[in-house]
Design a protein around this ligand. Structure first.
Ligand SMILES: [Zn+2]
Length: 259
């Protein structure tokens, strides 16, 4: 075996290991919670994605919400957390993984809601550049996600193509192959990876040229591009399909969902 073959196999095993560490298929055992009938009303009131599902798929969505709430602690800093907040966090997590039945976020154990936007020092009231709406934990808190509660709610407003919750959970999925690089190797089949990278760079260039309706934040880097266009894909699928048919078709492959 040549050294390049050994290198390729080692790389493949490393990706596989990283993938296993971040996401894993799990049979549902020992379910503890109960899906409250009132939650169904909240989902239909707030979550457009849920409303577009057929009845059987709605039931599967509710099951996934329940699993997520059983596994992940949701707490507030400087703000109360109610059922609506918890369901919006869970919906943000369930939506991007809905095409992968049985898959869970292994590396997310806590989501903390802040009363507003914050900065890199986690300050919400004073300090500079308090413009962060969401982030996934850095070195010391890899299993924690922080979201601004008002931004979380704003994302589920009708006609919004932004959704900070979906944005951050897509970063988690991107990271599942070991690198947060906008190339979702854990989700997308290998033959589509190079076409995806080409399309991504083409779309980033058109944002930079001012010739795109995609949020300019998406041109920051490839990872932000993937998260930003995923928000658009799940929030305004018809609009994305109309304005960016190729990108829309590729995202349907990434997330294994027909929207
Ligand atoms: Zn981001």
């Amino acid at each position: 075996m040549s050294s390049s073959q050994i290198l390729a196999i080692s790389f493949f095993l490393l990706v596989l290991l990283a993938f296993w560490w971040w996401l894993f298929p799990q049979k549902n055992t020992g379910e503890t919670g109960i899906f409250q009938p009132a939650w169904r009303f909240i989902l239909s009131e707030y979550v457009g994605f849920y409303n577009r599902l057929q009845a059987a798929e709605k039931a599967r969505f509710e099951e996934n919400i329940l699993h997520f709430l059983d596994e992940v602690r949701i707490s507030g800093v400087g703000t109360e957390v109610d059922d609506i907040d918890r369901l919006l966090v869970a919906a943000s997590a369930v939506i991007p993984l809905f095409g992968f039945p049985g898959w869970h976020y292994r590396k997310v154990s806590e989501v903390i809601l802040y009363e507003g936007s914050f900065n890199t020092e986690y300050e919400t009231h004073q300090g500079e550049e308090r413009n962060i709406l969401g982030m996934v934990g850095g070195a010391s808190m890899t299993s924690t996600m922080i979201l601004s509660k008002p931004a979380l709610h704003q994302g589920f407003k009708k006609n919004s193509s932004h959704n900070v919750g979906i944005h951050e959970f897509v970063h988690m999925l991107d990271r599942a192959d070991g690198a947060t690089d906008g190339i979702p190797e854990a989700l997308l089949q290998q033959p589509f990876l190079i076409p995806w990278v080409k399309l991504m760079h083409q779309e980033i260039r058109s944002i930079q040229d001012g010739a795109s309706d995609i949020n300019p934040y998406g041109s920051t880097n490839e990872a932000e591009f993937l998260s930003v266009v995923s928000e658009y894909f799940f929030q305004q699928p018809q609009l994305l399909e109309k304005h960016h048919p190729e990108l829309f078709a590729m995202l349907e492959k990434v997330f294994k969902q027909d929207l």
